[in-house]
Structures are given as C-alpha cells and as structure tokens.
Design a protein. Structure first.
Length: 551
C-alpha cells in the first residue's frame, strides 16, 4: 500500500477562521438529517425510517413529487444505496462538505454522489469483475459482469465504508473485503482476501472456494465486526458450494478463527450440499444480544438433521460464529428441498421489542408464500407433524423481505410483507395471544413471469405520523422497466391508496431478479438500477416550502 507523506501548513488568522467556518457549516449541514448506513436501515432489518419530516402522504400524492436527478453509472446495481449527510470529501475535484449517496455497481465501482446536484464526487474502481460467462454453469442470475453484488455497510463512528468486491485476478476469482475511508474511498488497511475452512463429519477439511460461492446478502456491521453470507451461483457446482457465514474484526479486517458452515456432511447420495445463505440480497439480522439470524436455502432432500445439515431453516448463531444457538425448520422441509422451493429466498426480520410476555419476535417467508411468526427467544425447532411457531400466514411467494413500522392510530407494530404482487400490512397483536392480523393490502404492483414473485419495501414516517410504504416492482415484461410505488397504509379500508408510481430505471438482465430496495432520507427517494441512479423528491412550490422549514 502506498504511504502518504505528512505535510505541515502555516495557517494565518483569516485562514483559521475560514477553517472554523467550514467545520461549523459541515456540522449544521448534517444536523437533524438521517443517515442510511446499512441495508434496510438497521440491523433488525426493519426498513423503517422514522425520521422523515419532509415527505408525507399529502405531498407525495401531488404532481409536485417527481424525478429530480438521473445519474449515469457504469453497470448494473444489485445493492441498496447508502446515504450520509455532511461528508467531508477529501479527494478528487469536489473536495469539501457534501450530502452523499453511495452506490456500488457490478463493475466493482463505488460512487459517491452529491444528493442535491447529482454530481459524481468520487468513483474509484476496485478491479475487473468476474465475467458471467465464467461462472459455474454460466449462471445467468446476474448481468454480464459479477462484481459488487451485496449492499456495503458504513461505520459512521470511524468514517469507514466496508464493501465486498468479487474480482478476476491473475490467480483466479477472489472476494476481497475492503475498508474504505468515507471521504476519499481509498483503502484504510490492506484488503482482506476471503478464505475459510471447516472440518466435515468425516474429519476432512472443506475449504472456501471463491469460484463457486456467491456473496449476495447485505453485509452486517455488529459487535465490532463485519459479517458476510455466501451461497451458490444458480445451484450449480453443488458438490463444491455450501452456505457460509464469515466474520472479520472491523477496522483491521482480521478474519475470525471460527465460521459458520451450514452443511458439514462429507458425503451424500447426490453430492448435493448447498444450504446457501442468499435471501434475495436481504442482510443477516441481529437481536438484542448481538446474535445473528439468517435463513438457509435448499440442499439434498432427506439429508436434513438440524446439526450437520441445516437447510430450509431460520438459524441463530453466536456473534463469534462458534455456536448455533437456535433454529426453526418448517415441517415440510423435505418437500421444500425436493421442489427447489427455498425458504431461504427471503430474509428474517427481528421486530423491535414488543409489549407483553413475548417481547422478542421475528418473521420470515420464502418461495412457498408462508410467513412464519416466531418467538425469537425460542424459534421453534423442527417437528415433522406441525410448525412450532406462533403463527403461519399467507403472504405470497416471496423472493423478498419484510418491513416494519408502528401505526399512528393505535401505537401497535405493523409487519409489511411483500410476496406475490402486493404488499400486505399485518397488525402485531400481543394480547391475549401473540398473532398477526391482516389490516390492508396494496394494489397490484405489476411484475410478471420474467422475474420471481415478490419485491422489497421500505417505510418512511415522522415518528409514527404520516407513514408511507415505498416499493420497487420488478419489470413486468420485456419493456424491462422497474417501477417506484408509494402507498398510504392509513387510507382506510382493506385496500390502501396508491399515492405515486412511475418508471424508475431499467433492468435488461431479466434472468436475474431485480432485488432493489428504495431508500428514503431527508425528503429524497433513491432508486438504483441498471447503469443509473434516480433521485426523486418535491418540486416547485412544495420544494420551496421544504427549504424554508429546513432553515
């Protein structure tokens, strides 16, 4: 790594005042604004921004809400944008304080973009991406390049941007975990090449091989550590690909001495292992203790034992990745395996603490459309006769992940599922029993046979007031357009009101799902897609009113 020389400067009184003014301006710029530093806003993965003071159902439903900026990018974006106000940009041609949206592409480029002007402040590239044509079985669940697929994560306390890069080097395919300075997007320490090994049931050693592993779930920053889940490319090379959860110490990127391997079996009849962590890009979540939860995909039918093979399951592991703490496996896990009907196509959301005797809840849904409500302190285990959970609900086939908010009318939690083609709002009941009750359903979001069912939502509100459900629908047909929607969950009746919808980008690589997540922060909505970022917000008179309020 190149070293930078230390430089000293002589500063006179006026220059010192200028520096002081600049720092104060930076603080004022960031004051009261919301940063989005991780997938789905928090480590519970609620998708809820409860600090949105600008956008309301009243003004989003007007014609004065619309597209403000379109920013060209160099490739497809599979990850979620991240937003940080008041960043001190220290490299390039636009040094100074900016409110920044960060976007990572499959070409292994990380963009820092000014949210107000759309100016590209920085755009370093981190090596050649892997060609789709060189993937196992030529897996087509991507664009032509496979580089940064997962959502990065930001540590605002150290101004560090963590990102997982997939690159084709002279010695083959490799994953490199980078810790970048937020203001310059340069490496703070030497990138860590991902490697791991684990002992199988027969005493042999199984080693991580980047050629066969796909890193799709969002990165997790928790417990002073970075975690990443891995699965397969299109269930190809099933004798070599297995589900891993790996960890590194934040800052130094030192790899953990232990890891989680979801299939420890040395042999089975079909040589079919997997038990992948993929979750359609949803990130692993954490609970109050820092334990980590994720959902696994399919393996060879009939090999499940809940210990050496833990496919089709919600899994909770210790933060050191040394111990599996708990598990829930659907009663029909064997048929899910046999039919490639992955439970792990969706993520698991940990609800914020609830009132009553069962305060810790979690929900997850997969391809067969059943959403499970679990006691997060006792997930339910595996019982072939029945599911030992708090409830099972029809949420629609889900290549998706849930969201959460608190309703302003009764102060109770709401789970938002988004399987099939509609979002459903479920009331969280904690008395006299714990259950979910369907409240309202969104209009059909479109979608179609070119993409898996389901989509992703986020929620914005001011405290609990003025909630809006935002969604990005996958392309409905060969027109390849994705659509941004906004719904009012408080519009009354069993069907919520659609406030807004518009094309918000393109998605030409139809064999790979558009697992795109809308990001709402500080009066703006960000949608990244194929070779572009679109920024939406208020225009005209409403925008002027917002500016006056901010002042």
């Amino acid at each position: 790594m190149p070293k930078h020389r230390n430089r000293s400067y002589r500063v006179d009184g006026m220059a010192a005042l200028a520096v002081l003014f600049f720092v104060c301006a930076s603080v004022l710029l960031a004051a009261g604004q919301t940063a989005v530093t991780t997938y789905h806003y928090d480590n519970n993965r609620t998708g809820w921004n409860r600090n949105e003071t600008v956008l309301t159902p009243a003004n989003v439903g007007k014609t004065t809400f619309g597209l403000l900026q379109t920013v060209a990018l160099d490739d497809q974006v599979d990850s979620q944008p991240l937003v940080v106000p008041g960043v001190q940009i220290t490299a390039g041609n636009y040094q100074g304080t900016h409110d920044v949206v960060y976007v990572a592409t499959q070409n292994n480029t990380v963009y820092a973009i000014d949210v107000h002007t759309g100016t590209v402040l920085l755009s370093p590239n981190f090596g050649p991406p892997v060609s789709q044509q060189s993937l196992p079985g030529k897996c087509y669940a991507n664009g032509p390049n496979v580089g940064i697929t997962s959502t990065p994560v930001i540590d605002p306390s150290s101004n560090t941007f963590y990102v997982m890069v997939y690159t084709q080097g002279p010695s083959g395919k490799a994953y490199l975990l980078h810790a970048l300075d937020l203001g310059s997007l340069t490496d703070k320490v030497t990138p860590q090449t991902v490697s791991a090994s684990h002992t199988l049931t027969n005493g042999t050693t199984f080693s991580f091989n980047a050629k066969y592993q796909r890193q799709r779930p969002a990165l997790l920053l928790a417990n002073g550590s970075i975690y990443a889940g891995f699965g397969s490319f299109c269930d190809k090379a099933v004798q070599y690909s297995r589900g891993w959860l790996l960890g590194w110490t934040a800052g130094s990127l030192a790899p953990f001495p232990s890891n989680q391997l979801n299939n420890l079996q040395a042999t089975n009849t079909q040589k079919f292992y997997l038990s992948s962590i993929w979750m359609s890009g949803y990130g692993p979540s954490t609970d109050d203790t820092g334990s980590i939860l994720f959902v696994t995909g399919n393996s060879d039918a009939g090999t499940y034992d809940g210990v050496t093979s833990i496919q089709e399951s919600v899994v909770k592991v210790s933060n050191t990745l040394t111990t599996m703490l708990d598990i829930f496996t659907p009663a029909n896990q064997e048929s899910l395996d046999a039919e490639d009907n992955d439970f792990g196509s969706g993520g698991v959301m940990v609800l914020p603490d609830q009132p009553g005797p069962t305060p810790h809840l979690a929900v997850a849904a997969g391809k067969n459309g059943k959403m499970f409500l679990m006691n997060e302190d006792s997930l339910g285990g595996y019982s072939p006769p029945q599911n030992n959970v708090l409830g099972v609900y029809p949420a629609g086939d889900c290549w998706c992940g849930p969201s959460y908010f608190v309703d302003p009318t009764d102060g109770l939690g709401r789970v938002v599922s988004s399987g099939g083609r509609s979002a459903i709002v479920w009331k969280v009941q904690t008395s006299p029993t714990v259950a979910l009750t369907k409240v309202t359903t969104s209009p059909n979001t479109g979608g179609g046979p070119t993409q898996g069912p389901g989509f992703f939502t986020t929620i914005s509100s001011n405290g609990t007031a003025n909630p809006i459900i935002w969604a990005i629908a996958r392309p409905p047909d060969s027109t390849k357009a994705i659509t941004l929607y906004a719904f009012n969950p408080e519009s009354g009746g069993s069907h919520m009101k659609k406030l807004f919808n518009t094309p918000a980008g393109t998605w030409p690589n139809l064999q790979g799902n558009a697992n795109l997540v809308p990001v709402v922060a500080n009066g703006l909505v960000f949608v990244a897609s194929n070779q572009q970022l679109q920024i939406f917000g208020l225009t005209g008179a409403d925008a002027k009113k917002t500016t006056k309020k901010k002042k």
